[in-house]
Design a protein around this ligand. Structure first.
Ligand code: NAP
Ligand code: G4F
Length: 342
């Protein structure tokens, strides 16, 4: 019998890479998706094309982390062996605008899912998508599993609750539950409002003559950026370990937003200083200045290490986005002016 995995957040960046990985490993994958008035499955459509074929191993079920009854129903129906809780309002800047909603989905959503597991009476393994944002105004660098948390945003506060409630269910009920404390990871599927993808989308559009200016916030912030495909492998490895535990997943290198600009625009032979302007709208009420992780524990226990480095990440994203920009330019060049009958 193939193993069954359930993924919340399957339509997001990580959900799509994880679904790919688990399908390759022979799992049956059940994704929880939200009803949306526009299509929200663009990142997984390539996995979902054969959904009408007999034997398809990827299924979607409607549900929401804000809706306990949907979670109960899905768990009863699927009885998964492994649950990956990746669903979240995941944008730090936006969490300052919608703090209560962020707490509901990103914080309480986790306990809704954990309680649903107890209600239904199953014993799956549970992965919680914890974040390096927990370190916030970091009290030590590099950050390890032992570094105290110091959250700096409503998002990070919600993730802190989710982290601790996951540990609590492990300790109170003996659930196989682990936290992956993942540092920033990006890809060609990254949401376009996160800084890396915002930069690669804009730089490639500028290169193709489709855009003139890119507006950004704080260029001095430093992040430890890896590639999402490497990071979902770490999630899976945590769930195969003998004992449940919490792990930092990071590259160990940190770069500023400015260095990301240098790398992306430089690769396209452009000077970002001619195209970037600062818009204070993108500043945050409280900033996280420096994140750099030490993934030594994951290296030793899980035998995990990242394959894609900073330069490789930037190049993959730019190589992908330049093709999108070229397509956009071709469409723009062939678009005929609309004739409006007077
Ligand atoms: P993402 O691209 O923003 O995806 C978030 C996913 O959550 C989407 O599938 C979204 O569905 C879903 N979602 C949002 N609200 C929901 C709700 N109420 N109920 C159920 N699902 C809901 O995020 P990501 O980058 O893949 O990150 C995955 C997880 O890892 C998140 O929990 C994030 O906070 C965490 N994390 C990310 C990073 C990183 O650098 N990427 C680092 C550390 C931790 P829609 O498509 O319908 O919006
Ligand atoms: O790309 P960002 O929005 O990512 P941030 O805030 O680090 O959060 C991401 O990583 C976390 C892991 O540490 C995840 F938990 C979280 O879900 C998310 O995936 O911003 C990175 C940095 C910030 O310091 C921000 O102030 O870039 C700076 N920045 C400068 N200009 C900008 C912009 N960020 C965004 N989104 N947009 C800008 O125009």
């Amino acid at each position: 019998m193939p193993k069954r995995a359930m993924i919340t957040g399957i339509t997001g960046q990580d959900g799509s890479f994880l679904a790919e990985l688990l399908l390759q490993k022979g799992y049956e994958v059940f994704g929880v998706i939200r009803r949306s008035s526009s299509f929200n499955t663009g990142r997984i459509d390539h996995l979902y094309q054969d959904r009408h074929e007999p034997g398809t191993r990827l299924r979607m079920l409607y549900g929401d982390l804000n809706d306990s009854s949907s979670l109960n129903k899905i768990l009863r129906q699927v009885e998964p062996d492994e649950i990956y809780n990746l669903g979240a309002q995941s944008h730090v800047r936006v969490s300052f605008d919608i703090p209560e909603y962020t707490a509901e989905v990103t914080g309480l959503g986790t306990v809704r899912l954990l309680e649903a597991i107890r209600d239904v009476g199953i014993r799956p393994r549970f992965y919680q998508a914890s974040s390096s944002e927990l370190y916030g105004k970091a009290v030590q660098t590099p950050q390890t599993e032992k570094t105290p948390f110091n959250p700096r945003s409503p998002y990070a506060c919600a993730k802190a609750y989710a982290y601790y409630i996951t540990v609590n269910y492990r300790e109170s009920y003996g659930l196989f539950a682990c936290n992956g404390i993942l540092f920033n990871h990006e890809s060609e599927r990254r949401g376009e409002t996160f800084v890396t993808r915002k930069i690669t989308r804009a730089a490639t559009r500028i290169k193709c003559g489709l855009l003139k200016k890119l507006y950004l916030g704080n260029l001095d912030a430093r992040r430890d950026w890896g590639h999402a495909a490497d990071y979902v492998e770490a999630m899976w490895l945590m769930m195969q370990a003998e004992i449940p535990d919490d792990y930092v997943i990071a590259t160990g290198e940190s770069h500023s937003v400015r260095e990301f600009l240098d790398a992306a625009f430089g690769y396209l032979k452009l000077d970002w200083r001619e195209h970037v302007e600062i818009d204070p709208h993108y500043f945050r009420p409280a900033e996280v200045d420096l994140l750099r992780g030490d993934a030594d524990k994951a290296r030793r226990v899980l035998r995990w290490k990242p394959k894609v480095d900073f330069e490789g990440l930037v190049r993959r994203m730019v190589d992908h986005d330049i093709k999108l920009a070229e397509q956009e330019r071709a469409v723009a060049q062939h678009r005929k002016p609309i004739e409006i009958a007077a």
